[in-house]
Unconditional design. Structure first.
Length: 284
């Protein structure tokens, strides 16, 4: 299992790293479009759609992303769109976690499918626009989510249940704790401070999300980081809820040792559009 995980990670890095650091955003856009097309296919499967319907769902997601690319959407300000997507994630995420598996299963499948595809499309558009802004900005958002996840893992293992007697969401993901969330937030703040210190002399067009928020005011930096970490947790929990409703452990077996694409990007799905929302569309 560990060997599979390592080999899969190496293959993904061999594809993603050159695409990310290429002189323009085109290779990165192609790779991420393929990944989110696969995620849309997984999403249809999770909602009980048959093989052809799932393949068609992936195709529709690919066409939506390609259409947005053709129209030049990654290269223009989309502040209103990010506000809409951000509000939806906050409201719908809170509803899903509060209502639980039973309420989700009672929701019409077609609406579930449609909403999921649109959110995947928005996530692709957000990650593509982040890459257009600059590699430094893109990586700062991705590292924020990874730091929150790693910090939560180690903090949860070390302190889980010692400070807060109740689990975070026991009916959805029994292993997650409030101590883990706090540890993830501490890790992100440490990363932000280090990142800003290292990039203090970088051109404004290539600065990280941390510096962009700091330039808008120290309170916005603090509130923004807490908000993004919280929503990354929401993304993780919401996907866990979907898998529990479907009765599966992983969204698919596409990535040996890692599960599916959705399993790897769940926390990024709300965080990427919300990061773009906080920097007012990003292309400044």
């Amino acid at each position: 299992m560990l060997k599979q995980r390592i080999l899969t990670a190496l293959v993904l890095l061999a594809i993603l790293l050159p695409a990310t650091f290429y002189s323009n955003a085109t290779p990165f856009g192609v790779v991420t479009l393929v990944l989110l097309t696969c995620a849309a296919w997984e999403w249809a499967n999770l909602n009980g759609f048959e093989r052809m319907a799932a393949l068609l769902t992936g195709l529709v997601c690919a066409l939506l992303c390609a259409g947005a690319w053709y129209l030049g959407m990654p290269y223009v300000r989309l502040g209103n769109l990010w506000m809409l997507v951000g509000a939806f994630w906050v409201i719908a995420g809170a509803w899903a976690l509060r209502s639980g598996v039973a309420a989700w299963q009672g929701f019409p499948r077609v609406l579930r499918l449609t909403g999921g595809v649109l959110l995947l499309w928005a996530a692709w558009l957000a990650v593509m626009q982040a890459r257009v802004i600059g590699v430094n900005f893109l990586l700062s958002v991705l590292v924020l989510v990874w730091a929150a996840d790693i910090g939560a893992y180690f903090s949860g293992r070390a302190f889980g249940g010692r400070i807060f007697p109740n689990k975070l969401a026991p009916s959805i993901s029994p292993g997650k704790t409030w101590e883990g969330v706090m540890g993830g937030m501490v890790a992100v703040f440490l990363v932000a401070l280090l990142w800003m210190a290292l990039e203090s002399h970088v051109d404004r067009q290539s600065v990280s999300i941390y510096t962009r928020l700091w330039m808008m005011g120290t309170p916005l930096l603090s509130v923004g980081l807490v908000f993004l970490v919280a929503m990354s947790v929401v993304g993780d929990l919401v996907e866990s809820l979907f898998k529990r409703a479907a009765g599966v452990k992983d969204s698919s077996k596409l990535l040996p040792g890692h599960g599916g694409v959705l399993d790897r990007v769940d926390a990024l799905l709300p965080t990427l559009p919300l990061a773009m929302m906080l920097v007012s569309g990003g292309l400044q």
